[in-house]
Ligand binder design. Structure first.
Ligand SMILES: [Mg+2]
Ligand SMILES: [Zn+2]
Length: 271
């Protein structure tokens, strides 16, 4: 539905693992990762590790090939394609980096389904080394949010997306936010009435929300695996479109017979 903006976290939400850990483990740098962890911000540590990978002869192709093997469940793929075909505006908000995310989404033919990817810039420098730089330049202008890591406040990104979609259109915009991590809590608090948050059950975001669900204005719809993610997301999108176009059950009879079953499901069936 044109009025729905679907915002996906990436690691452990679209793919079923953390892409940083996937690369570190896949290229044999787990021990070094463990040494560096907690000595500096995560984002800075990943940039340092990419430098050490490069020094030890790992190429950008080695990293790309490793990323292509990261597990991405088929239901995540179909959820993204269905949401897109239902007219949603899909965006990624992730604390990974552009190189990882674009490599994986391109590999699965999914990149063009997203109107925007908000993440830490990642680029290959002249020597062939992957650089990962913070989304917010926290040395120059700290974002000031106590909930978020210094390099990225996802809540500020949600504020910006909301401002930009409101400016471009007078139609009501409803947000559906999907995530798993602590960094997804701040943007969840920014959601308003009529928005939905889909936390991955038993992951940090879900625990934060469980501590005091009344702090959120958005409806809470947990999921445990990609199959549940797909089913819940499509149901929420269809609910939104039913509300936004004031469709009634009669709309089912005017839809073409070859429509996808999930699209056909009328509001009354879901409640
Ligand atoms: Mg995540
Ligand atoms: Zn924040």
């Amino acid at each position: 539905m044109a009025g729905t903006v679907v915002v996906f976290d990436f690691d452990k939400t679209i793919i079923d693992v953390d892409s940083d850990n996937w690369v570190v483990d896949g290229l044999g740098f787990t021990a070094r990762f463990d040494e560096l962890l907690h000595t500096m911000p995560w984002n800075s540590m990943m940039d340092k590790l990419m430098g050490e990978l490069h020094e030890q002869g790992k190429t950008i192709d080695d990293i790309a090939e490793c990323l292509k093997t990261a597990p991405l469940p088929p239901q995540s793929v179909s959820a993204i394609k269905s949401a897109y075909s239902l007219g949603c505006d899909l965006r990624v908000v992730s604390d990974a980096n552009t190189f990882y995310i674009e490599t994986i989404l391109k590999h699965h033919g999914l990149l063009e389904y997203f109107s925007e990817i908000n993440t830490n810039p990642g680029y290959v420098d002249d020597s062939g080394r992957l650089r990962i730089v913070p989304y917010h330049n926290f040395h120059v202008s700290p974002h000031g949010c106590a909930l978020c890591p210094p390099n990225m406040c996802k809540g500020l990104i949600i504020d910006r997306i909301r401002a930009s979609v409101t400016k471009d259109s007078t139609a009501a915009k409803r947000f559906i936010y999907l995530g798993d991590g602590s960094g997804d809590y701040c943007p969840s608090l920014k959601l308003g009435d009529g928005d939905k948050v889909m936390p991955r059950k038993d992951y940090p975001l879900w625990h934060h929300i469980q501590n005091n669900p009344l702090l959120l204005r958005a409806e809470i719809h947990p999921w445990s695996n990609a199959a549940e993610l797909e089913e819940t997301l499509i149901q929420l999108i269809n609910n939104n479109s039913s509300h936004l176009v004031a469709a009634d059950c009669k709309s089912q009879s005017v839809l073409p017979p070859h429509s996808e079953p999930l699209v056909l499901r009328p509001l009354s069936v879901q409640q």
